[in-house]
Design a protein around this ligand. Sequence first.
Ligand SMILES: [Zn+2]
Length: 639
Amino acid sequence: MCIILQLGIFVVLAKEPTSASQPLGGSASIIYTLVVNNEDAAKHTAHVRLVVNEPTGSSLTITFDRQGALLGGPYPISIKDLRASNEKGDKLWTSQYSDQGWPSWTVSTQNARTVTVEYDVVLDYYWKAIDAYLGYLGPSFMMSIGLWTFLVPSGFSKRPVIANFSLPTGWDAYAPWDRQNGTWHAPSVEYFVTSTFALGTFRVITRHIADTDVSIVVYDKWAASMQEEIADASFRIFEYYATMVFTKPPIGKYMAIYAPGTDDGKDIGQCEWSQSQGISVVQQFVTGHMENYAHRVFHIWNNFPPTGMQAGTTEGDWSWWATEGIAIYYNNRALVDLGYLKGNEPLRDDVDRYLREFLGTKNDVPVTQAFKLWDISTDAYFFVTYRKGALVSLLMDALTRKVTNENKTLDDLMRTLYERHGGMKGVYTNKDMIRLLNSITGFDFTPFFNKYVYGKDRLPLKLVPGDLAVDWPELLRALKLSRFPIMTLTLSDSFPKVGQTVRMTAQLVTIYSKPIVNQTITFYLNSTLIGSTTTDQSGLATLTFKVEVNRGTYQVVANYAGSPLFSGTKESAALTVLPMEVTVTATAGPTSTTQVVTETGVLPVQMTWLQVYWPYLVLALVVAAIAIVLLARKFTALK
Ligand SMILES: [Zn+2]
């Protein structure tokens, strides 16, 4: 899965290198023409012509747009045969130089009214670090972000763009720009070059979601069922962010292009910005693609210009972990909430790795200091920023829900943060997050940040089969949140048969393990009230329940409404009711909630015919065997 390589303090959105000496010209459009033919496409080569009307000054700088720094640039993308001419076709003097690794050209304009620059771009740069190409052109298609294909004239980033494509027969162009009579229009150079576009044969499926026209572009040669599966998942994920997490998308148009893999079976990476993204589907469309897509959609609000908000990338207050960590957390949570992931397996793997490889090692640094790992291990840098950052975000979400009795979530933080910092308004700091969380929840998040954001205390998370879980006793104790009781729920039998009885025991204790006595616990089976009882001297409330319901899996919920001293809480456990005649040997004994819940994922809840009837089958086989032996004896005797 490809994620943008923001190197935090190492890259900053640079100003246009020569903008000071080169004031904006008029409003005449910058005109691009991209020419692709079959023969050159096989060699990954496209021809680009760039026309700058009304250039100002005596020279023009042609270079890669510096917005590419946000995607980890500069990259060694091959530009060949760059040459320039004036409106009369006279050749203009050019000279190439490198500006901090960015290949750049000075064109001596000599009072030209129009400067035409032509060059070939070879889109075959494979970047090993992310195992992907940065833009790709092959015999059957092209996909790239404009940044790697279209050089820009410095100082003209606000000028409108007109683009034309000359393509092989049957190919078309797909981009988040406006098309009028075969010509494309983009509002500005900066918008144009940060757009992902594709060339070839694709199918466009568009849906209007919360004021945004979302276009999903899928490769035309894929099966229609796969195209629709991709579009459906993409629309649902966009809607999740646009209507549930945030209020309204800050863009009128969004495009996601799903292209095939490259000719050697690789991905095409670094195609992402606020208006569009490109994803490679090498074989099957899987949840990994959805995570990647969801991650980038989240960045419309939390990262990409001009709509996003910016995190701090200075050493003193490095909040960049929240750009990537929260994005990773959400791109998992969205898939769980939408039913594409059953448990939170990807983050579970991160907890596992955190515990095994990071905790207590020199790479175990606070998320606000992940940038210090860059020179030691880029892998460790990415793990702490993205993955540990996601685990911290999960804890932040869980704690927000807990202390507000599920009335607020991390979404409230994101919305409020976006109201203040969306559209590149300033930079949000770690302290901004603390302040907003405090005002949203009425609780002080400073201790949480001191331990798990600025500090490197062991994250209170635990592994459960197929998922991860917050270790509430540990977290509440660590933060001394004594108002919040800890409840456990155990069932005497998680797999009872119809007619049997099950003892349901809830225990209510303080974070210091002291029983909370004489409190009412109410039990529900799904949403049906089945009884209530009060806690004894040990904090135990037990309800005996006769199973008189149909077979199936139910949710047992123990609810504590709270008291003047303690907040309310609830716990749940799965109860699988089996038909009367079934025998199950693997009955779960008294276990905590989480264990019961996860064991249902391991044990066969749906019994197969063979599992249910095997005793009868064995009996039938034994009878048959005896009959055969008897018959055989008779037969021998007859002989
Ligand atoms: Zn990202």
